[in-house]
Design a protein around this ligand. Sequence first.
Ligand SMILES: Cc1cc2nc3c(=O)[nH]c(=O)nc-3n(C[C@H](O)[C@H](O)[C@H](O)COP(=O)(O)OP(=O)(O)OC[C@H]3O[C@@H](n4cnc5c(N)ncnc54)[C@H](O)[C@@H]3O)c2cc1C
Length: 454
Amino acid sequence: MNYDLIVIGGGPAGYLAAERAAEAGLKTMLAEKNTLGGVCLNEGCVPTKTLLYSAKMFDHVSREGAKFGIHAQGLTFDHPFVIGRKDKIVRSLVAAVRAKMKQHHVDVVNAEAKILGKDSEGFAVFAGGSEYKSRFLLVASGSETIVPDIEGLKASLTTGFALTSREALALKELPASIVVVGGGVIGLELASYYKAAGCEVSVIEMLGQIGGPTDTQIAANLQKNLTKKGIRFYLNAKAVKIQHGVVAYEQEGVTQEIACEKVIISIGRRAVTQGLGLENLGVETDRGAIKTDLTCRTNVENLFAAGDVNGKSMLAHTAYRESEVAVNNMAGQKDFMNYSVIPSVIYTDPEIGGVGETEQSAKAKGLHFIVKTVSMNYSGRYFAENESGDGICKLIVDEKNNTLIGVHMIGSYASEIIYGAALMVAAGFKIKDYQKLVFPHPTVAEIIREAMFI
Ligand SMILES: Cc1cc2nc3c(=O)[nH]c(=O)nc-3n(C[C@H](O)[C@H](O)[C@H](O)COP(=O)(O)OP(=O)(O)OC[C@H]3O[C@@H](n4cnc5c(N)ncnc54)[C@H](O)[C@@H]3O)c2cc1C
């Protein structure tokens, strides 16, 4: 069967590419070996946010309720119910993606796809017992958890003592204690959920701060808040052995142990490139990820790669945009990625939103900049809704041009506000122009306006 486009992988990059391609009039086939929606819908963005919403509601009422005049007795957290609710939400959203594919007349093949090669007729792809041909090919095969070489880890994954994020999001019974190896975004979100649900939680992080490349001051603020909730952090620490209900870690040359019922491995993800048949086309890779340019093209003519598989920015919203850029270029419309204004969010409580340069990245690039930092309490709404909240909003401003080059905030609604900040950074207007913008009052977003005036 001949197509204009074959898409390998039905995650955010793959299903949106298929939808946009169909809208552009390309006859499209999508191969998905697992479940439509990919990691994001089935075991990533949506499941974590569903669990974290229950955690936030419970935590607010049980720990903070009295400060707001709410006195609840006999409150319990029903973990199996929360997991069941998450499964229902996921099922509905997966069905919605399936319906979208049908509505757009995308042929979905539920099978593993392998690239056989390319000739004058185009790409040849084998999936579900048949061979398909296409003019364009988009690889959107996503990413998988990195399993580091830690003594005892492989065996512990087999016995179920160690979990990846996939199993951690499907645990039917609540363990009494959990150690999370890796204090990046995913590790912190899982740690937050399990702490609120009632577990003892410890996080082992190799770096000197949590949250990966998050602004250092904001990462420290988050650590302080999560510590207040009872999560224990071990920084500059390395897990060295995982066995029999114990995780051993090394910190400043000393090895110590933490006893726990489960350990979650969350040190990062890597592109899925094995078994795709990339070698049959001579596709260039870089540290295991498919090499792409700003149009999402690879080194092979008419072969594109979008989403986690190109390893550039492993986020679902980046995957969405990359898939559009790829399809626009296939359809003859020039389009480019701008990786410098992709917002990043950590959905902990308090939550973090950031875009553009941080103080640290600006310094590393030798930029001349000033930092405008303001307490979130300057927003009337934040103050009303957060008893003893200590959120901050930081603007990174280019000194010479007086333009916004970064915005970073920690506090309620940061995840919802940050897209507006991204627009401001991308547009590149001067601070004096943004000072004329009218923000609705009272909103937490007003804090950006407030910061512009200091
Ligand atoms: C716990 C967790 C939480 C996350 N939270 C967020 C968040 O809040 N916000 C955010 O932006 N990102 C988040 N992410 C990251 C996000 O899930 C990914 O960036 C996103 O899923 C990438 O989309 P993708 O389409 O590139 O790949 P994927 O979603 O990984 O989809 C790839 C698909 O390709 C299929 N596939 C692979 N090989 C083949 C083959 N040979 N044939 C057929 N099919 C194949 C796979 O089965 C899979 O379904 C989270 C990730 C995790 C693990």
